[in-house]
Design a protein around this ligand. Sequence first.
Ligand code: NI
Ligand code: MN
Length: 226
Amino acid sequence: MKFTFYGHSCFGIETNGKKFLFDPFISGNELAVGIVDVEKIEADYIFVSHGHGDHVADLISIAKRTDAMVIGAYEVVSWAEKNGVKNLRHMNFGPAVLEFGKFHFLPAAHSSSLPDGTYGGNPGGFLFHDTEQKFYYSGDTCLTMDMQLIPMYAKLDFAILPIGGNFTMDAADALIAADFIKCDKIIGIHFDTFGYIKIDHEAVKEKFRTAGKELILPEIGASIEL
Ligand code: NI
Ligand code: MN
């Protein structure tokens, strides 16, 4: 399985012969300028955690160009529909099945409004059961007790969690989350993009190492084989 980081909370996963893209935000991310070419990103499915601009800025353009299916909260997907996207999967929380297998859309504790100011429904995250490795992407969220449900559903191979603080969990909270979800391999995202969420890379990695867990901080544009 290949993980490619496009910066902030935007990443691609290649699995089951398909390309999954998450939270497309490249335009407007100064750290991704000159590294990531939005026009070259391919996708079969685009999973959207919530409606904030730093998660949907390039959703419409990539969805139209690739004809990837847009999957997320009913309100977020309806916004994509209103903007001309045709391949859609409107959801609310719970399990669903697509051609690649079963997944859950699960609650996040955050907020969600769309770039046009309309209501974005509830923010969420995704848990994948039938991918080559089982994984969980929490979306933007603080630490929640609900995360303790995840190991009842799946024995995770890895998880993707925000670690920048201020808008989401920081690394200390993500370490507790890693215990809640019973997962030792965490890919940290949602850090460094804005002033509020700049982190000390070595310090947070050491925090995880000391706890016997691995924290991967991907480089923008880089791919990791998982
Ligand atoms: Ni957000
Ligand atoms: Mn965000």
